[in-house]
Design a protein around this ligand. Structure first.
Ligand code: ATP
Ligand code: MG
Length: 408
């Protein structure tokens, strides 16, 4: 009985599923061999270990349990990516991801509360109470057998398992490629990420122009991290963002749009939109908005209002939490839309004419495109107080949110 209580203190996870056991518990000798093999695996990979005492309290206890159970069963397992970056920069991570040498089916065999997801790249999700999901991904590498043609580096498949160092260098930015060894309390660094954390700099792993051609969405990710974490962008990286901004036209539009929303969602939309505009990325994705900002001289007040509205969005996000995507997008286009509507008699039609090409270019989901049109129609009635009490449905609530931001 007592033994059981002690064992549960070590690991509060549900017991593994009762699958036929083909695994033999490792002996001490095996463990030594395994230790050695991890060291051997890391030898000559350019690994640098940095002591880093991340506070236990700041680490998600469920993620820590998953790491420890994987390690006890002989696998390498590390906390990785955004969570380590955010902790080292003094922030609070959104979620905790794990990278491991265990294959998805090994992970499933170890955790009852686990499902394997994804076809393109299979990952394990370990589920906890309150909807918490810990993502456990097997180390993978950049697929080399893909076409080497200079013109087309776009990554189309990445379902190739690999070693920890290969998993680090396939990532986008050095600050996103740090692994944390919980027991040794060390950051494992294969690409100089720690130095960039200290310098608060965004740098790609490898040649920026190659990495942006492989996946142009990384250009938007660089802007997101710069804005959200208040980091600088290394000048070669920034130059490559400018040179390759047109490649965003080749990326999957829903992915691009999702990344645009992320630029607006985190309470740093002003900074994010400023970098997007300055780098010319906005001219590529949202030329109507870029033209509106480029032409500041002819309407300085409208442009000043645009930036103030983003400040208001950011303040509200930081104070009250996430804002609906429809409200974000309506606010973003509010000022240029007002200009497009100016003097037109059929406002609904003019709003449609303005929004349709935007919606097509960025693949706006129907809910957002329709929502924007309806909010634009509701706003004048809201302003004049002509909304009957009983009429306050979801759209009216969203329109009220927009009104708060655009006409405080
Ligand atoms: P966030 O806090 O926004 O979740 P994140 O760094 O965790 O930031 P994710 O999109 O959750 O970002 O991705 C997890 C990790 O996967 C990243 O830290 C990065 O190492 C890697 N990654 C994500 N997208 C890419 C990409 N397009 N190219 C290469 N590596 C990527
Ligand atoms: Mg993440």
């Amino acid at each position: 009985m007592f033994g059981k209580v002690v064992a549960r203190q070590k690991d509060n996870l549900p017991a593994p599923p009762e699958l036929p056991s083909f695994r033999v518990e490792p002996s001490d000798e095996d463990k030594e061999l395994r230790e050695k093999s991890v060291a051997e695996r890391h030898a000559q990979t350019g690994l640098v270990r940095h002591d880093a005492f991340l506070e236990e309290a700041s680490i998600d206890p469920d993620a820590a349990k998953v790491v420890r159970r994987l390690e006890r069963h002989g696998f390498q397992a590390y906390l990785v990516g955004g969570c380590i970056r955010d902790l080292l920069l003094g922030g609070r991570p959104k979620d905790f991801d794990i990278a491991t040498s265990a294959r998805p089916e090994d992970v499933r065999a170890l955790f009852r509360n686990c499902r394997v997801i994804g076809r393109r790249f299979r990952l394990a999700h370990v589920l906890f109470g309150g909807g918490k999901v810990i993502e456990v991904a097997t180390f993978r590498k950049n697929p080399q057998e893909l076409e080497e043609e200079e013109a087309d580096l776009l990554i189309r498949s990445d379902n190739v398992f690999g070693e920890a160092h290969e998993d680090a260098i396939r990532r986008d930015f050095t600050i996103n490629a740090l692994f944390y060894d919980l027991d040794r309390r060390q950051v494992l660094d294969w690409c100089g990420g720690m130095e960039d954390i200290v310098k608060r700099t965004i740098r790609t792993i490898g040649e920026p122009s190659v990495r942006f051609r492989e996946d142009p969405v990384r250009i938007l990710r660089a802007i997101k991290f710069a804005a959200r974490l208040d980091l600088g962008i290394e000048h070669n990286v920034y130059d490559a963002m400018i040179s390759h901004r047109d490649d965003l036209g080749r990326a999957a539009r829903p992915r691009v749009f999702e990344e645009v929303l992320r630029l607006l969602r985190h309470g740093c939309s002003h900074r994010a939109m400023w970098i997007t505009w300055e780098s010319g990325v906005m001219a590529m994705l949202m030329p109507e908005l870029a033209a509106f900002l480029d032409d500041e001289e002819s309407h300085p007040e409208a442009v000043a209002r645009f930036w103030r509205q983003l400040d208001a969005l950011d303040r509200i996000t930081l104070a009250r939490g996430p804002i609906d995507d429809v409200v974000l997008m309506t606010t973003l286009f509010y000022e240029p839309l007002q200009e497009a509507l100016h003097g037109s008699r059929d406002k609904m039609r003019a709003a449609s004419d303005f929004l349709v090409p935007i919606a097509e270019r960025v693949a706006l989901p129907r809910r957002i495109a329709d929502g924007m049109r309806r909010i634009v129609a509701i706003l004048p009635r809201l302003k004049s107080g002509r909304i009957p009490k009983g009429r306050q449905g979801e759209m009216f609530n969203l329109a009220t949110r927009v009104a708060e931001v655009v006409a405080p």
